[in-house]
Design a protein around this ligand. Structure first.
Ligand code: NI
Length: 178
């Protein structure tokens, strides 16, 4: 099983809105397995399908600490049905699509999420702590939203400019390797 390539800023695909998944079949499960392996290898604690170029509403997560047993989660068509608007939390977020950049983001501390699981069954879960932050960050991806969108325009423009320059530089170097 080969890993999938993770797209990085400023790839315009990351701004696409992902489509609902009609059916969780073996094909979808194979794709989810590859997503999970890619996420573990990165390494990261959350990955949305759009980050590997697939505009499908699928996310994988595992917020277990390294010394704890693995606890993979697969969420298909996840939907936030409740948030603790009066209780918020701030966490220093990063993103596999924006490598080596971290910034504090404030979000609701608790959320309730409705989704379809790996076996195609409808589920609901309540999340708090890191899981709540992570699931909100990943669902944002499905709507083309990145965590830098919560920062000031000044900060966001700086990050986008830095990554655009780096991508240009990588491409220039590639053009000289033959
Ligand atoms: Ni991300």
């Amino acid at each position: 099983m080969t890993n999938l390539d993770i797209l990085t800023l400023p790839d315009p695909v990351l701004r696409q809105k992902s489509a609902m998944v009609e059916r969780v079949d073996d094909d979808a499960r194979r794709f989810m397995d590859r997503m999970l392996a890619t996420m573990y290898d990165a390494p990261g604690i959350g990955l949305a399908a759009i980050q590997v170029g697939e505009p499908r509403r699928i996310i994988t997560m595992d917020v277990a600490r390294e010394e704890e047993p693995k606890n993979p989660l697969f969420l298909v068509n996840p939907e936030i049905i409740w948030t603790s608007d009066d209780e918020r939390s701030t966490y220093e977020e990063g993103c596999l699509s924006i490598p080596d950049y971290y910034a504090e983001v404030e979000r609701p501390a608790k959320v309730r999420v409705r989704y379809v699981d790996y076996d195609g069954k409808a589920q609901e879960m309540e999340a708090d702590g890191l899981l709540a932050t992570c699931v909100q960050h990943e669902i944002d991806h499905l709507n083309g939203v990145l965590f830098i969108d919560y920062l000031s325009k000044l900060k966001r423009d700086l990050v986008v400019r830095k990554f655009t320059k780096a991508a240009r530089e990588r491409e220039r170097e590639r053009q000289h390797r033959f």
